[in-house]
Design a protein around this ligand. Structure first.
Ligand code: FE2
Ligand code: FE2
Length: 389
């Protein structure tokens, strides 16, 4: 069967019943285009002439369904948003970063932080560019969020003064991923997890040079107000990096279960694996903010405190336990299994991702039209389901 019953339109909105026929027509059009490309026009003509171009022949082609396109369009939007946030981190703290104090504070987490930030940014750019190019190659509409690049940049030395999609200046970073991956429970069974650090309305990039003067040294532990402020900002970034990438790990896992085309499935699991790779590295680095010798920093402005989590003598907080603990999976009667979690649509699908990023304050200041657009794309992706065996 070629059509996905959860048809979505190429602008990502969830169709009304009246739209269904239009969506089906559109899906047939992109299916035919892709088939013609795959076979070559001359070959397709020859097949048509020989009477072999029957419906069954077309159905055997691995053409993306409308649901596949909806999945890829949401993932592309997510990658564009990821790129936007990572570019802000890179401008200030990447390998050619423009804010030396921020870079020093990040390097207190790991000397390679600027390199990792730049590489992660490159990866997100490549994900967004590839997904849009693939959508175009399938005759589907690419995703463009440029009209929403309206949020202000940081005024700190190093930041470009351009419109942004995302806001890193007042984040609520959910750090429950830290205890979730150390625990034996699975959120897909309803389990909840404590925060590792309470991070509310906290900048993860420097705001301006008055707040964090450029050229400030960053000793470990920080000894002045300015050094503590910048270290707390860098520490928050460390936890935010892992928050973003664990979300991507779960999102891609949940989307993979909905793909119908094997090629689309290959795209989802291949990019998703890189999100997992990013998460693993950031998980390790974030732990250095809450381990000696850096642990104990308090932000003088927000009060955000990064305690010594190893002092709790609990495996739920031990900083070097960065590999996922085996947990409940599928059925509690089966042995615990070390897996990405959550992976259900409800807990880690596209709508759940939008909700989590909104709660993160990542979109603080965005317009209602932005949220509407993103939620339509998300609902369409979550509405996709696998239609081929
Ligand atoms: Fe990505
Ligand atoms: Fe990512």
């Amino acid at each position: 069967m070629l059509e996905d019953a959860s048809t979505t339109t190429n602008d990502g909105h969830v169709p009304s019943p009246a739209d269904e026929d239009l969506g089906g027509d559109w899906n047939r059009v992109i299916g035919r285009r892709a088939f013609l490309r795959g076979a070559g026009v001359a070959g397709a003509t020859a097949l048509a002439g020989s009477g072999l171009l029957a419906a069954g022949a077309a159905a055997s082609v691995d053409t993306p369904t409308a649901g596949d396109i909806a999945i890829l369009r949401f993932l592309c939007a997510a990658e564009i948003l990821e790129t936007d946030l990572w570019e802000q981190y890179e401008e200030l703290g990447g390998v050619n970063g423009g804010n030396s104090s921020y870079m020093l504070a990040l390097e207190n987490l790991d000397g390679d932080m600027p390199q990792y930030i730049s590489d992660n940014t490159d990866d997100e750019r490549s994900h967004a560019a590839f997904l849009n190019a693939y959508l175009r190659s399938q005759g589907a509409e690419p995703v463009n969020l440029d009209r929403f690049r309206t949020l202000p940049s940081s005024k700190a030395t190093g930041a470009k003064q351009i419109g942004r999609l995302t806001n890193l200046m007042s984040l609520n970073v959910d750090t429950s991923w830290y205890t979730r991956y150390r625990g034996t429970k699975n959120p897909d069974f309803g389990a909840g997890f404590p925060q590792a650090v309470n991070i509310h309305n906290q900048p993860a990039i420097p705001l301006n040079d008055q707040d964090t003067p450029p050229g400030t040294g960053q000793p470990v532990p920080p000894t002045t107000r300015d050094a503590r402020r910048m270290q707390a900002i860098a520490n928050a970034a460390g936890f935010h990096f892992a928050f973003i990438e664990q979300g991507g790990s779960s999102l891609y896992t949940s989307m993979s279960l909905k793909a119908s085309s094997l090629e689309v499935l290959r795209i989802i699991v291949s990019i998703g694996g890189v999100e997992v790779d990013h998460f693993a590295v950031w998980h390790d680095k974030a732990g250095n903010a809450v381990a000696q010798p850096l642990a104990g920093v308090t932000d003088p402005e927000t009060g955000t405190h990064f305690p010594d989590l190893n002092a709790r003598n609990s495996e739920l907080f031990q900083t070097n336990l960065i590999f996922p603990e085996p947990c409940d999976f599928l059925d509690k009667g089966l042995p615990a299994c070390s897996v990405i979690r959550p992976s259900t649509t409800q807990n880690s699908g596209a709508v759940a991702a939008v909700r989590a990023l909104t709660a993160d304050n990542l979109f603080k200041g965005q317009t209602p039209a932005f949220f509407r657009t993103l939620m339509r794309l998300a609902q369409a992706a979550d509405g996709a389901h696998r239609t081929r065996i």
